[in-house]
Structures are given as C-alpha cells and as structure tokens.
Ligand binder design. Structure first.
Ligand code: GDP
Length: 413
C-alpha cells in the first residue's frame, strides 16, 4: 500500500524543541559555504557608444576597470568581455562585465542587436552542454550566463529610439532587463519625470518585459523601486569637494552633481538594488526563468517532450530509447543510400573506363592498319626501284658492248 501524501502531511506533527539540537546553525553553514565558494555576477551593458557605460560600471564598483576609449567607427557591433576579481571585506566577487562596442553606429539596425542575442544564447548553450555531460563539474564551472542587462537609454527627453525597442523586445525573454537613462544630468528634473513616464508607457505598449524586483525582503521598497524605473543615473569617478567632504560627482559651472545623492539621481537606488538586495534574485531569475525557457525550447527542438502524442507522460528512458531507435534507423537509411550512390558511381565509372578503353583500342587498330599499308607501299616501291636498277645495268652493259664492237670495226678498216 502506498501512503497518501496528503494524509501523510496531515500526520506531520509540529513539535517545539526543548533542548539545543544544532540545526538552528544551518543558515550559518550556508553563509560560510557561500563565502568559501565566492560569488559571481555577470552584467551586460547595452547602449550606444559614449553613453557612459564604462563610467557607470567604474562608479558602481568604485574602481577603475581600465578601458580604452570607445570609438564610433566600428563596422559592426562587438562585445567586450572582461572578468575582474573584487573583494569587499572578506567577500570575494568574480565580476564579469560584457559591454557592447559600436552599438547603434551602423545603418543596419538588425545587425546591432543580433550579436547580443547570440552572446546570451551562447552562454545558455555552454551551461546546457555542461549540464548534459556525464561527468559534469557544475560546482567549479564558471557560469557565464548574464544575470542582468543594464540597458542605457540616451537622454533625448523625447522617447525611445526604434533600436532600443527592437533590442529590448528581442532579449527580454533571455535576460533581466533594467532600463537606465544614461547621463541623466543632461535633463532637468521635470523633463526627467516626463521622459521616464514616456519611456515606461512605450515599453508597456510594446509588451517589453522588464525585470520585476523581488518583493520578498521589503515589499514597500520593492514597490517604490519598481515605480522608479527607468533609473536616471549619472556616473563619475571624479572626487569633488562639497563643504568639507570629498564626494563623487560632476562639477559644473553652476554647481556640483553628487552621484551618491538621492535627490540628484537614482544611482544609489540602482546600486542598492543591484548589489545589496537583488543580486541573488537576479541570479535565480536567470536560472529559473530565462535559462529554463532556453533549455526547454532547446530540448523540444531536439525532439524531447514530457508527454507523448496520446497526452500521456513519457519517461526519459522511453524517450531515450525511441530517439536511439530513430537515430539508428536514420543511420541505416543513410548508410543504405550511401551504398546505393557508391554502387551507381562505380558502375558509371566502369562504363566510362570501358568506353575509353574501346576508343583507345580502335585508335590502335586504325594506326596499325595505316602502318601496314605504309609498309606494303614502301615494299612495292623498293621492288620497282630494284627492277629499274637491274634494267639500268642491263642497258649499260649492252651499250658498252655495242661501243666496243664499233671501235673494233673502225680499227679493222
Ligand atoms: P561608453 O562608451 O558608453 O563606455 O562611455 P564612457 O563611459 O567612455 O563615457 C563617455 C564620456 O561620457 C566620458 O567623457 C565620460 O566622462 C562622460 N560621461 C560618463 N557618464 C556621464 C554622465 O553621467 N554624465 C555626463 N554628463 N557625462 C558622462
């Protein structure tokens, strides 16, 4: 008799422990393990050249991830991938930053976002291949799947460009998108608010799915933060003096914009959400939502399914056997076809060789006949010449005899 799981649950009793068992330390174990293993985080920055991608990443991690100046003259879009080892207190973080190069600088806009899609898919594929291995090492595997895509929007103050919509639409099922208004210091406070709501309504109208901030930890914060999208950010590595303090900001003739001042821009909110509150959620969403979607599509394309044609569940073993048989049959069919083609080719070649041989033989016979006729002709000519020579000598001898006769007759007289 198999026990009914529902009944079993009903039978579970909750007990309050009267003494110390030790499993209250489980979270500590997890923390220690995670610290020992280290953390990794992969960010993709998509945006036009010069929108401040490098500066923002440097500002986020308060470090100078040295970069060459980007150029507007690339013939196609590329992706620059760099991995850095960072440490905050005793917490190590392996940070991978992927940035678009030459994005939006070409006339063909489709070619601008295709490399981004290909890159995202390639990382999912690499992970899937590792997962499917018999001897897999997912523990020390460097997971390069992108956890968040920071999409940099130009501070035009009007609306999104068609390239922005096209790109976001084509990657929103593959990655967590957080839209940012880059160089937000270019817009006044009221213009910024209008621009933000214009962008959001355009994104909603076009059905673009953005990252939904997790509401687990602090529901109120999550709601406030979701309302902040897109984040208006300003980046700077410059240290500026404000009163007696040195702060990171941008110095203008009319004053100082403090990057870390929440009244000036949304940089701190973005940093908190990205690094303090939502990093794990971004990673989970990547694995549970985007990767799962890629994986199931990919496996379906390979012919795997969870239910058979009769809507009955199919076990992996059955599917494997069926696929194996199908593959085996296909191999046999192809082998047979190859054999047939090979035999046909051999026959054709044999016929060609036979024709060529016959042609050669005919040519040889013909030449032989000509040669024999030539020999006969020459023989005939030789025979005629020999007869002529004999006749000549005969005539010569006769004339000599008649001359000698004539001389003798003259002397006698
Ligand atoms: P990338 O090509 O997108 O990586 O852009 P960079 O980070 O190299 O920045 C290009 C230029 O824009 C540099 O001169 C930066 O100093 C400047 N810049 C970066 N962020 C900001 C910003 O938030 N506001 C303003 N006004 N300028 C910025």
């Amino acid at each position: 008799l198999t026990p009914d799981p529902l009944k079993q649950n009903e039978n579970i009793r909750c007990l309050t422990t009267l003494s110390h068992f030790g499993f209250e330390c489980l979270p500590t174990q997890l923390v220690n393990r995670s610290i020992h293993k280290g953390f990794s985080f992969n960010i993709l920055c998509v945006g036009e050249t010069g929108l401040g991608k490098t500066t923002l990443i440097n500002t986020l991690f308060n470090t100078n991830l040295k970069e060459n100046k980007s150029s507007h003259f690339y013939s196609k879009v590329g992706l620059k991938v760099k991995t850095y080892e960072l440490q905050e207190r005793n917490i190590p973080l392996k940070l991978t930053v992927v940035k678009t190069v030459g994005y939006g600088d070409q006339i063909n806009k489709e070619a601008s976002y295709q490399p981004v899609i290909d890159y995202l898919d390639a990382q999912f594929e690499a992970y899937l291949q590792e997962e499917l291995k018999i001897k897999r090492s997912l523990i020390d595997y460097h997971d390069s799947r992108i956890h968040v895509c920071l999409y940099f929007i130009a501070p035009t103050g009007h609306s999104l460009k068609s390239l922005d919509l096209l790109t976001m639409k084509s990657i929103d099922r593959k990655v967590n998108i957080i839209p940012l208004i880059a160089k937000a210091d270019a817009l006044s406070k009221s213009d910024l608010q209008t621009f933000k709501s214009n962008i959001m309504s355009e994104l909603i109208t076009n059905g673009i799915q953005l990252y939904q901030f997790s509401t687990d930890d602090d529901e109120a914060t999550a709601q406030v933060n979701t309302g902040l999208l897109p984040f208006a950010v300003v980046g700077s590595m410059e240290e500026v003096k404000v009163g007696k303090r040195m702060v990171r900001g941008r110095h203008y003739p009319w004053g100082v914009l403090q990057v870390e001042n929440e009244n000036h821009c949304d940089f701190v909110k973005l940093r908190d959400l990205l690094l303090c509150t939502n990093m794990e959620d971004l990673k989970e969403q990547t694995h549970n939502q985007h990767y799962e979607c890629y994986r199931s599509n990919r496996l379906q394309k390979l012919g795997f399914t969870d239910v058979g044609p009769d809507n009955q569940p199919v076990s992996f073993q059955e599917m494997y056997e069926a696929k194996r048989k199908e593959f085996h049959d296909q191999c046999q069919r192809e082998e047979e076809e190859l054999k047939q083609t090979f035999m046909q080719r051999v026959k054709e070649k044999e016929a060609t060789f036979k024709d060529a041989e016959k042609e050669l033989q005919d040519k040889f016979e013909h030449l032989k006949r000509i040669q024999q006729e030539e020999i006969l002709k020459l023989e005939e000519e030789r025979r005629k010449l020999e007869e002529e020579i004999i006749d000549f000598y005969k005539t010569k001898a006769a004339s000599e005899t008649s001359q000698t006769q004539a001389c003798t007759n003259v002397k006698k007289e």
